[in-house]
Design a protein around this ligand. Structure first.
Ligand code: SAM
Length: 226
């Protein structure tokens, strides 16, 4: 599915979100900033076309690795990175079985990726495993609008407008029907925070973005892992 929509992915992201997605990713970088200093190592899981990897690279002097299992997405990421004069290592791999040793990264991020994994808990465990003790993990994902009135309006847009426009422009209506469907099945803010605690994260917090349409969950890896 992601291979099919890769060539129109960035355009549709920015168009369908009225560019708000850029601000959301910038916010992730702010949450990770403290841990991105002094030659830190950061991993962006399910990096897709690399927008968050690039934002992390611009946010400090950290060594960035992006990982995704979709080669066409990675190729686009590599091209954008080269054109922007940045250096990021892109790795083809599975978020549920990350090809890195325990405790490798100071920062681990995942943006709009966790929802797509076959196991959310399994994905969270892998993010936690590859973070170093005290390392920061940031999860950016669609969530449940918390502002009264916004939920109905957003659901209307998400289930009626987005699949039509996304389908027309990407050629894959299925992908843009899958999006609202997968968001409706994804845990809400509190439940995701609970899941993070259950798999072993410490200091779990979340920030609602744009009235809860999306949220950033952060947590740290304790030392040693429970
Ligand atoms: C909605 S895109 C998000 C891309 C990017 N992080 C962003 O912010 O735009 C989801 C990405 O997750 C990747 N993905 C889904 N399941 C994966 C898995 N098990 N392992 C690695 N990547 C995966 C897809 O290939 C796709 O590039």
């Amino acid at each position: 599915m992601f291979s099919r929509i890769s060539s129109r992915y960035d355009l549709l992201n920015h168009l369908l979100s009225a560019n708000i997605d850029r601000r959301w990713r910038a916010r992730v970088v702010r949450h990770a900033r403290e841990n991105l200093r002094g030659g830190a190592r950061a991993l962006d899981v399910a990096c897709g076309t690399g927008d968050l990897s690039l934002a992390l690279a611009a946010g400090g002097d950290a060594e960035i690795t992006g990982l995704d299992f979709c080669r066409p997405m990675l190729d686009l990421a590599a091209r954008k990175t080269h054109d922007g004069g940045r250096v990021i290592t892109y790795v083809e791999g599975d978020a549920l079985s990350l090809p890195f040793a325990d405790g490798t990264f100071d920062v681990v991020t995942i943006a709009f990726g966790l929802r797509n994994l076959a196991s959310i808990e399994g994905g969270l465990r892998e993010l936690l495993r590859v973070a170093r003790a005290g390392g920061r993990v940031c999860v950016l994902e669609f969530s449940q609008p918390s502002v009264p009135g916004l939920r109905g309006l957003f659901n209307l847009y998400f289930t009626r407008v987005l699949p039509r426009v996304g389908g027309l422009l990407s050629g894959s209506r299925v992908a843009y029907e899958y999006l609202p469907d997968s968001v409706s099945r994804f845990p809400d803010q509190r439940r995701l925070a609970e899941l993070m605690r259950e798999v072993g994260f410490e200091s779990v917090e979340f920030e609602n973005l744009t009235g809860g349409i999306a949220a950033i969950h952060t947590g740290t890896r304790p030392s040693p892992l429970a």
